[in-house]
Design a binder for this molecule. Structure first.
Ligand SMILES: [Zn+2]
Length: 174
């Protein structure tokens, strides 16, 4: 295998990174089938592995009447929750569910794209600057058409089904 001299990565890694970068330039609706096709060939998505997806909700800082949602991924749910608890800026988190899955990175991405798809109608909410707590709070979504927890969980189930994640376990968070 040829090594890429600059990054010390293999050329195969570099071509994967390029394929993923190309997919990221598509619309949310186009990215979903493109990523599924990419993964169908057995190629790993980033540094893939099993772990948790978590669903929580908070209030938009700019418009506190707006509920915003997030699905994130982690290998260590306890540590990730402590990071949230340590934040003094975004404090109104409600936690719902965690899903233990085999491919947490691809699953996180497909779910986030599903939230932004035309059928779900979600809008990305950006917290661009690094928060004083030391983290960036990214990947929140606002649904202008309003969504219940059940609606949001249904989108997650559909995304996991698309991925063939059939043996996931669910944990209630509160
Ligand atoms: Zn913070």
């Amino acid at each position: 295998m040829v090594r890429c001299p600059r990054r010390g990565k293999s050329s195969r890694d570099t071509s994967r990174t390029r394929s993923i970068a190309r997919i990221r330039r598509l619309t949310a609706d186009a990215q979903i089938p493109a990523l599924l096709a990419y993964a169908r060939h057995g190629r790993p998505y980033l540094r893939e592995g099993r772990g948790y997806l978590y669903l929580n909700q908070t209030r938009s800082l700019d418009s506190p009447e707006r509920v915003i949602w997030k699905v994130g991924e982690t290998k260590n749910l306890g540590r990730r929750r402590k990071q949230y608890d340590a934040c003094d800026v975004i404090t109104q988190h409600r936690w719902f569910l965690a899903f233990h899955v085999q491919k947490r990175l691809l699953a996180e991405r497909i779910i986030q794209l599903s939230f932004l798809s035309q059928s779900a109608g979600g809008e990305r909410v950006r917290f661009d600057r690094r928060c004083p707590c030391g983290h960036r709070h990214r990947e929140y979504v606002y649904f202008p058409n309003g969504k219940s927890v059940d609606d949001v969980v249904a989108i997650i189930f559909d995304a996991l089904a698309l991925l063939g994640e059939t043996n996931f376990t669910i944990k209630r968070l509160d």
